[in-house]
Design a protein around this ligand. Structure first.
Ligand SMILES: NC(=O)c1ccc[n+]([C@@H]2O[C@H](COP(=O)([O-])OP(=O)(O)OC[C@H]3O[C@@H](n4cnc5c(N)ncnc54)[C@H](OP(=O)(O)O)[C@@H]3O)[C@@H](O)[C@H]2O)c1
Length: 308
């Protein structure tokens, strides 16, 4: 089968080549991949998380061509999307059935491929904030993949959503998705917030934390700035601020959350916000656009065109 493998000497660290197909474990289904999407973490840190020759890729959508040997999960022919720590950027992929969600017919593979890592992270981070009806929520890096899902899901949960972006152009479309305010600097946020979903880290994390009211939290989802954060914990303690920082980790067992998000997409209640589309041979170009902050939302690659 054809796959993109990590090659530190190739442009963007990726090489297209023929490799052996995967041998699924007992609780894994074999999926024919139709579309995949890129995530900041897997692209920005590829040299740290991959060995040469490994097939990267977290998210993929496609068709089950062999059900799991232990009888779990979707049957042969099911349309699915899934998350796994590797090997999405290949024609065939083995995925734990607990991490596969079955797709409604109304959801195309490109939309579905956008959902696993970014959509489920946004969903679980919104849940981690607690009840949001009538509460103010600040989302940093709101222009990105996680951010655009988080804006929609926090709005859906009843929050007053403040979307923070790098500049006005990066904020385009966010009001239509449910943002009540779009800001380009955090000093534009003039009253406290109940929750923060922080995708950027660095100085912005400390600035955002200072806005959190008593009883609220900041979910540190990511550090797209790649800058460490300095928080004065002693000052927080003396002020008895009653706010907390959680180091958010998305976890595992993605299947049911992917199915929930796909059901929203099918009902047109969630937009996957695909900001870049192309053939999978253009993965390097997509990765450069993502790291260059030129993608609004998700970058999605098509492996197999599906007549629909
Ligand atoms: N904890 C977890 O389990 C988990 C799960 C998923 C993702 N993450 C992390 O969450 C973060 C967001 O992921 P994503 O997939 O949404 O990424 P993304 O699509 O690339 O979005 C990141 C956003 O951060 C902003 N940003 C600010 N400074 C930046 C910089 N120096 N370089 C790049 N972007 C910068 C950009 O917005 P502007 O251009 O508008 O400033 C960009 O839209 C990443 O750090 C990722 O690793 C963590």
């Amino acid at each position: 089968m054809r796959a993109l493998t990590y090659d530190p000497k190739s442009p963007q660290g990726l090489r297209a080549e023929e490799v052996s197909p995967p041998e699924p474990g007992a609780s894994q289904a074999l999926v024919e991949v139709h579309a995949t999407s890129l995530n900041f973490g897997e692209v920005a840190f590829m040299s740290e998380i991959r060995r040469p020759g490994e097939i990267p890729g977290w998210d993929a959508a496609g068709i089950v061509v062999r059900a799991a040997a232990d009888g779990s999960g979707p049957k042969e022919g099911a349309r699915v999307a899934g998350f796994a720590p590797n090997a999405a950027w290949a024609e065939l992929r083995a995925v734990r059935t607990a991490d596969l969600g079955v797709l409604p017919d109304a959801v195309d593979f490109e939309s579905a491929a956008a959902l696993p890592a970014a959509g489920v992270s946004a969903l679980r981070a919104v849940r981690a904030l607690g009840p949001l009806v009538g509460r103010r929520v600040l989302i940093t890096g709101a222009s990105g993949g996680v951010g655009r899902f988080a804006v929609q899901l926090a709005h859906r949960a009843g929050a007053h959503v403040i979307a923070a972006v790098g500049n006005a152009a990066r904020g385009e479309g966010l009001r239509e998705l449910g943002a009540d305010e779009v800001v380009t600097r955090l000093d534009q946020v003039t009253s406290p917030v109940f929750g923060v979903l922080d995708n950027v880290g660095g100085a912005m994390l400390a600035e955002a934390l200072a806005l959190v009211e008593r009883g609220g939290s900041l979910q540190s989802i990511g550090q797209a700035s790649r800058e460490p954060s300095t928080v004065d914990f002693e000052r927080e303690r003396r002020r008895a601020s009653g706010r907390r920082i959680d180091i958010f980790v998305v976890g595992s067992d993605f299947g049911s959350d992917i199915e929930y998000l796909a059901s929203l997409v099918a009902r047109r209640e969630l937009d996957p916000q695909i900001g870049w589309r192309g053939d999978w041979e253009r993965a390097g170009e997509a990765a450069a656009a993502l790291l260059g902050r030129r993608v609004s939302g998700k970058a999605v690659l098509t492996l197999r065109k599906q007549p629909r």
